[in-house]
Design a protein. Structure first.
Length: 481
């Protein structure tokens, strides 16, 4: 898509400073989890930016556990024929002009055989047909049996594509899609930020620094056998909004490494009670969890709040909430300021990247299935009627003005400022945060980075990924298991 913004000069790394911690007051009081996600539902309405034929999705927000896995099957649960399509490539990607093999297991769950014409298709990221191959002979799937077929495609230019298999019985068509990647590390976006992008964020940081944080850490009652001390932390952020989180500090002598955990869309971050040698700050940005004293979490429409003007957009304050959380941790006497990592998934992944871009003190960034990246591609690849309806309700807004406003909060434009190592877990079949958008962002990061692709996952990374992340962070901080 052609850029609709004016090219700007190259970004210069701005030194990040913060005031010293005034005082942390400890009060006695009384008082899982991982990702929150969008779940798309099918709709028949066409999006104004659509360049393809893929249907619109209806927006619904679900809070689900990070351990919940995705499924790639697009088959109707009620149909008698099920197709499981997969590739032999370990992570579902390969080099340009390489052959990639696909296998389809076609399972007939009826007591009668089903036969039909078999077709393999190659589609682009928007599911537009690029080429197809019709198998000359009819395929017969016996009753209560499974037949396996295979096909080979030569991968096109760098990007993400769909392999599609269709069995047409004459009475019904059975289809399955599988997204795969071709040289994802070479995917690029030509989009550039607005000319005043750096100035906007410099002024935003200046406004944050004028607000006294009024840090308050309230110790929580705990059982005697716990090896951690738990505090509910509250402080004032951008716009003088109060935000909170849960800080777990080991009882062993510090200072300790720390992980700042950031929430998915609408997620309520809670304590983990996991480590006795690693501090964890489970932080809720405004409107999330225990950060709703000044900003309500209802309705769950954060991404359209204040969208009329970049100065009032929800994520301006949300990004600064994370910056202030880093300021709190860097000045905490029990936290090692050189060993602070940030980690989040979905919205939390975008927040983690933004935090690492704004604060060079971040030692490691984990951004899983990140949201808030590459808006141009995002609205072409996965579309939401909520955004259409919001634009239609505003006389002075259209898609051009919306994309301009959102560009100031596009983490893809912040990515070149990140200096720490970055790890990203990616669901290859993710229709909520498509891998195209993620790699357009990742490929702008100049610091060491690595990604892990889970080929059959949607907007999730599976049970093994959190363990990988914790091992990575512990190794980085040289903690012994």
């Amino acid at each position: 898509m052609k850029s609709s913004v004016t090219p700007s000069a190259s970004h210069s790394r701005r030194p990040v400073t913060c005031g010293r911690l005034k005082q942390i007051e400890f009060l006695e009081s009384t008082t899982c989890d991982e990702y929150s996600v969008f779940q798309p539902l099918r709709s028949t309405r066409q999006h104004p930016l659509s360049l393809g034929t893929s249907p619109i999705c209806t927006l619904a927000f679900l809070c689900i556990a990070f351990l919940v896995s995705g499924s790639v099957s697009l088959a109707n649960d009620q149909v008698p024929l099920r197709i499981h399509l997969k590739t032999s490539e370990r992570d579902g990607t390969t080099a340009v002009n390489s052959n990639i093999n696909f296998q389809a297991e076609i399972k007939n769950e009826t007591q009668e055989s089903i036969a039909g014409k078999l077709q393999w298709s190659l589609c682009d990221a928007q599911q537009n047909l690029l080429l197809k191959f019709d198998q000359p002979k009819s395929l017969k799937v016996p009753a209560d049996s499974t037949v396996t077929v295979s096909h080979k495609f030569q991968t096109p230019a760098a990007g993400f594509y769909y392999a599609k298999i269709t069995l047409d019985s004459g009475q019904q068509k059975y289809s399955q899609l599988f997204r795969f990647g071709s040289a994802p590390e070479a995917i690029k976006s030509e989009r550039v930020p607005e000319q005043d992008f750096d100035k906007f964020w410099s002024q935003t940081r200046e406004r944050l620094e004028k607000i006294e944080p009024h840090y308050l850490a309230t110790k929580q009652i705990e059982s005697k056998d716990k090896k951690l001390t738990l505090f509910e932390v509250e402080f004032h952020s951008f716009g003088n909004v109060r935000v909170s989180g849960w800080l777990e500090i080991p009882k062993t002598p510090g200072p300790h490494p720390c992980v700042l955990r950031l929430p998915g869309y609408g997620q309520n971050m809670k304590p983990l009670n996991k480590f006795d040698d690693l501090a964890v700050f489970s932080f809720n940005i405004r409107g999330h969890g225990n950060s709703q004293k000044d900003i309500s979490g209802k309705p769950n429409n954060f991404w359209i709040r204040g969208l009329e003007d970049k100065d009032n957009y929800f994520y301006r304050g949300a990004y600064m909430d994370c910056v202030r959380a880093m300021q709190f941790l860097k000045n905490h006497p029990k936290i090692d300021p050189q060993k602070i990592a940030v980690w989040g998934g979905s919205q939390g992944g975008g927040l983690a990247l933004a935090t690492a871009a704004f604060d060079s003190a971040v030692a490691y960034c984990v951004a899983d299935i990140p949201f808030l990246v590459d808006w141009d591609n995002y609205f072409q690849l996965t579309r939401w009627p909520e955004m259409d309806q919001w634009i239609e309700s505003k006389d002075d807004q259209d898609w051009s003005s919306v994309l301009t406003t959102m560009s100031y909060f596009d983490v893809m434009f912040l990515a070149p400022k990140i200096e720490c190592p970055v790890l990203s877990g990616i669901g290859l079949q993710d229709n909520v945060c498509p891998p195209t958008t993620i790699f357009c962002m990742l490929n702008r990061i100049k610091s060491p980075k690595k990604h892990v692709i889970y080929p059959e996952r949607k907007h999730a990374t599976g049970r093994q990924h959190p363990n990988l992340v914790w091992r990575t962070l512990r190794d980085h901080f040289q903690l012994n298991d």
